[in-house]
Design a protein around this ligand. Sequence first.
Ligand code: RIB
Length: 335
Amino acid sequence: MHNLEYSERLHKKPVNVVVVGSINMDLSAFVKDFPKKNQTIAAKSSEISAGGKGLNQAVAAARAGANVTFIGCVGDDSAGIAALQVLKDNDVDTHYIKVDKQTHTGTANIIIADDGANMIAVSAGANYSLTRHDIARASSVLQSADVLLCQLECPLDAVEQALKIAKAASVITIMNPAPAVDEATKLLPYADFVTPNETEALSLTHIDPTLPENRPLTTRRLMSEGAKNAVVTLGSAGAYVTAQDGRQFMLSAFTVDVVNTTGAGDTFNGAFACAIARNYALTDATLYATAASGISVSDKTAFDSAPTHEITVDFIARCTYLDTLLKHDESSITR
Ligand code: RIB
């Protein structure tokens, strides 16, 4: 496939994406190496920013060009105000974000090592105040979406309610099982696409997708639990996909200088949601999301590193090794 053909296929049709998810204040410390247990180390630098998987994904989808509406909850504090402002600045509709006066906005303590790897501890705060009632209040916006995108940093019953409303209205659903909480598998029957990373996929299936020979089995296990299509993101290795019609492919990642992998999966999911909403072919949607995610890891912050549609398309157009990235996998369905 010639790069120019990609540029033409990756159109910017206006689409509606609804994100049900988390909003956090991220406190990130940049260190040479992770501290050991009971050890205090000096960070090289630190940064306070808006984050949360939901917020990061919403910003990524909006920058990819989708009209995004967010359903979530913040505390009545400065972190909540700052996060709402970030969403508004990125043209995300915040009308369905509740403010809970009883608790704090979610927080995430993040440590990022020199090799770009991260460790994250999240205190859910107001994210856990999102209820089925809040979701029901947003029914009409869910029903008129092209795609619903959700993760698991909010109560599972609220996420389940959103998925049910969307499915009943034939809206395409993408469930990013991050983090891979207990009972996440019960949501798989409502997911048109499930998009775990390698550790989440391992936790959900007990199969290790970092081993190439396990990848078909991992995606098929997710599909046997109810997901229609399975997309396992594999960090610097790329993404492995099994589609509803049985097609399977591996898309290798782009070669980039890694600065911070925090939120790379979120950028993938936000861009992927926009691409699926635009009805891109599944290989094109995966390529588009992989490119957006690749661009994001070469930047320092999580949400602010998500690229615009134009940047992603230009990045793909200028790639000199595009033809080497996609490999169709002919392994048997029963494997
Ligand atoms: O995926 C990255 C995100 O996970 C961070 O922004 C942090 O808030 C946690 O939710």
